[in-house]
Write a protein that binds this ligand. Structure first.
Ligand SMILES: Cc1cc2nc3c(=O)[nH]c(=O)nc-3n(C[C@H](O)[C@H](O)[C@H](O)COP(=O)(O)OP(=O)(O)OC[C@H]3O[C@@H](n4cnc5c(N)ncnc54)[C@H](O)[C@@H]3O)c2cc1C
Length: 235
């Protein structure tokens, strides 16, 4: 296997055109390659500046999870700290988690932030939403969002070998009419998200959220959403 390390977007685009497979920390790919054989050409984005940004409103696809600190909003920082073990977090990347993994603990956080994805395709760079990122798996260069006013993240404890634990992420964003709440939930392998305008009364906001897809969650999951959102709105 030849591993390319592009340092510019145009070099990365050339690699892609030559059929290079994107890799992050290979925490998922290694076992697959050992079983099925290694690809002829792979590319890592670890030398590409656009994929290594880290700040209040952006994170790069090549950023290793354990590098995600309080420069990013808490909802994303906390999400990163809950992924796997310390050894996994020292190697696994944002791109590998969002695009390549089935668990995607970062996805609810990114949805709550209303993040947009900058992706690389053979035709060039473009921006897309998270639904398309997950559905079509293009090469993720980075995520961008507007810093929220407040946010929260909770992952329930899981049982070894059991279903993925419930994840609830939420954020309040500045909006012309006051604030806008965004909530995302991973229930099993399903991730759903919804928004509601923040009313003066928290109960009214929760009622509006209850009328969305998030309100159709099983009672136990809705109770976790409800208590997180109530605490967030009280901030
Ligand atoms: C022990 C263990 C525990 C885990 N626990 C959790 C958990 O609790 N929560 C959770 O969410 N996940 C968990 N995972 C999965 C983990 O999220 C992934 O292993 C990791 O995020 C993959 O990242 P990577 O950089 O190693 O990806 P790689 O293994 O390098 O790649 C995986 C896939 O992603 C693609 N890819 C990589 N980077 C990009 C990119 N920038 N753009 C597009 N595609 C890309 C690759 O082509 C490949 O298809 C666990 C994994 C292990 C091994």
């Amino acid at each position: 296997m030849l591993l390319r390390l592009p340092t510019t977007v145009s070099e990365a685009q050339e690699c892609l055109a030559e059929g290079a497979v994107p890799i992050g920390g290979a925490t998922l790919m290694w076992a697959t390659w050992q079983r099925d054989g290694f690809p002829e050409l792979a590319m890592s984005l670890r030398e590409l500046p656009e994929a290594n940004v880290l700040g209040r409103e952006t994170v790069g696809g090549a950023v290793v999870l354990h590098r995600i600190d309080d420069r990013v909003p808490d909802v994303l920082r906390l999400a990163a700290t809950t992924v796997g073990t310390g050894a996994v977090r020292r190697t696994a990347t944002v791109g590998g988690n969002l695009v390549g993994s089935t668990l995607r603990c970062l996805l609810p956080a990114a949805l709550a932030l209303d993040a947009r994805a900058t992706v690389l395709e053979s035709e060039g760079v473009r921006e897309t939403d998270l639904a398309e990122l997950v559905a079509k798996s293009p090469v993720l260069l980075n995520l961008r969002w507007c810093e929220p006013l407040a946010c929260a993240y909770r992952k329930l404890p899981g049982e070894a070998g059991g279903p993925p634990p419930l994840v609830v992420a939420s954020a309040v964003h500045a909006d012309e009419g006051g604030g806008r709440l965004r909530v995302a939930v991973r229930d099993g392998y399903e991730v759903l998200s919804a928004g509601a305008a923040c009313a003066a009364d928290a109960e009214e906001t929760l009622d509006a959220l209850r009328s969305t897809a998030v309100g159709d969650l099983p009672t136990a999951a809705w109770d976790v959403v409800r208590s997180q959102v109530a605490a967030l709105l009280a901030c």
